[in-house]
Write a protein that binds this ligand. Sequence first.
Ligand code: FES
Length: 110
Amino acid sequence: MKWYWAADVEDVEKPFMKKVKVTGKSICIVGYEGKLFAVSATCPHQGFDLSSGWCENGKIICPLHGYSFDLQTGKGSEDYLKTYAVKIQDNSLYIGISSVWDDIKKVFNK
Ligand code: FES
């Protein structure tokens, strides 16, 4: 996994949602209840922009049809939303992106 700078972070306690582009991927970074999450900004249902949605009960809600996805696991009622690792270093937020090869290695190491 490689770490990529995504945004400056001043206050992790303050809720926010922000769309960023990292390695060509649209990613929604979310500050929710003092924790940081990074998920695909594209809703797996019909591709709407999740960064225009909102969060409640640990889930991100798509504003188009109301589907919800767990911020930690990406699990929705019918689909999965891609999630990414997040870390803070020196007031910067970094997103961890696995290569296809990393994902294949994970499957065989289970
Ligand atoms: S496009 Fe997101 S719920 Fe339909």
